[in-house]
Design a protein around this ligand. Structure first.
Ligand code: PLP
Length: 366
């Protein structure tokens, strides 16, 4: 039996001119944890939340979040990309910041519920847009001492977002941030805590003003190995060689201080499915200086892949790859990008079960 189709995208939104910014929707889903358990949750229309002035989320940054996308697929159904992977990452972040854990089933239920109540805000199939889901866990009960909150709020808000690559995939310039360390050894870099992001803003904003679209962080201890970009993982492809069947090798730095990107995990699986080798070891910055990679990119939920054409460190600019890969996305990342977006759009088969099936996403009105 074929499932009924969800409501069409609302005509109140100009789908061709949607960016990555707040748009009012029907509302968000909110759950409260108190006395050792989560409640049933409710759908909330108000975009403002009320919390105690003494909430550790406000005073001590007891907070973590996630970022996920839902897509309107070729068959008309709406599906969420790998919410289970984000659920597991939030468990890690919550544990690090001493917060109540959101069980995987509850996390997925909340995502489905948020989408089901906002189906008309999922951009049209083929538009390149998506419904962005932002799960947020906050320590909201009053506690002025340095102790965990007595009450937590878990919510999932949604925002329709546009095609990141409306005017084509263009390689960008990158700046290494040497004057600030994003994540200390044995620190919180692998968790998606709000506190990891605010201190980077100053540096990424200054870099953007100078024309660098993204900023790269090296390992804090030695500043000699690549960690990740401020908002995405570092991934790279070596030049194809006969030694590797004339394929590139997919490289992603091994580091305890980087976020375990769901996009990167997916690209690794796709690269393996192409028969490519995957190299997950420490990547010294000298690999950039020595032109080891034909292609370098940032990867994450927002854009999937953003190719990088130059990396500047302390006034020295290194061009990545060849003139061709600096002009447009290289063939290796293009292949990965196409495969990934094909699965997300439902144009290609999903052999990995990444797209959360539509059952839980039937229209709801709460
Ligand atoms: N690294 C950082 C610091 C990020 O903020 C993000 C974005 O969420 C990523 C990597 C990419 O992770 P994902 O692919 O799960 O979006």
């Amino acid at each position: 039996m074929t499932a009924a189709l969800p409501p069409a995208p609302t005509s109140a939104i100009d789908w061709d001119n949607l960016g990555f910014k707040w748009v009012d929707t029907n509302g968000h889903v909110k759950y409260i944890y108190s006395n050792g358990k989560w409640d049933q949750g409710e759908f909330v229309k108000d975009s403002y939340i009320k919390m105690h002035v003494c909430a550790p989320a406000l005073n001590y940054g007891q907070e973590c979040f996630e970022g996920i996308k839902a897509f309107r697929c070729k068959d008309g159904q709406v599906r969420i990309f790998r919410p289970d992977a984000n659920a597991r990452r939030m468990l890690y972040s919550a544990d690090l910041a001493c917060m109540a854990s959101v069980p995987e089933e509850l996390f997925i239920e909340a995502c489905e519920r948020a989408v089901a109540n906002n189906l008309e805000f999922v951009p049209p199939y083929g538009s390149g847009g998506a419904l962005y889901l932002r799960p947020l866990l906050l320590g909201t009960g009053p506690e002025i001492g340095l102790y965990p909150a007595p009450e937590f709020t878990f919510l999932v808000m949604v925002i329709p977002v546009g095609n990141f690559y409306k005017s084509g995939v263009k390689p960008v310039d990158c700046l290494v941030v040497d004057s600030f360390d994003r994540a200390a050894p044995l620190g919180t870099g692998a968790a998606k805590l709000g506190g990891n992001y605010a201190p980077v803003l100053k540096h990424s904003s200054a870099a953007k003003e100078k024309g660098y679209a993204i900023t790269l962080h090296l390992d804090s201890k030695t500043h000699s190995n690549i960690d990740e970009f401020s908002t995405s993982n570092f991934v790279a492809l070596t030049y194809a060689s006969p030694e590797h069947g004339n394929n590139p090798v997919f490289c992603a730095p091994e580091s305890p201080s980087i976020l375990n990107s769901v996009t990167k995990q997916s690209l690794v699986q796709l690269a393996k499915s192409f028969g490519w080798s995957v190299d997950n070891q420490v990547v010294p910055f000298t690999d950039i200086l020595n032109n080891r990679f034909e292609e370098v990119a940032a990867c994450g939920t927002a854009a999937v892949i953003t190719p990088v054409k130059t990396i500047e460190r302390a006034g020295v600019t290194t061009e990545i790859g060849t003139a061709k890969t600096r002009e447009a996305i290289g063939s290796g990342f293009h292949r990965l990008f196409t495969a990934m977006r094909g699965i997300q759009n439902g144009d290609l088969e999903d052999p990995y079960g990444w797209m959360q099936p539509a059952q839980g996403i039937a229209p709801r009105q709460e």
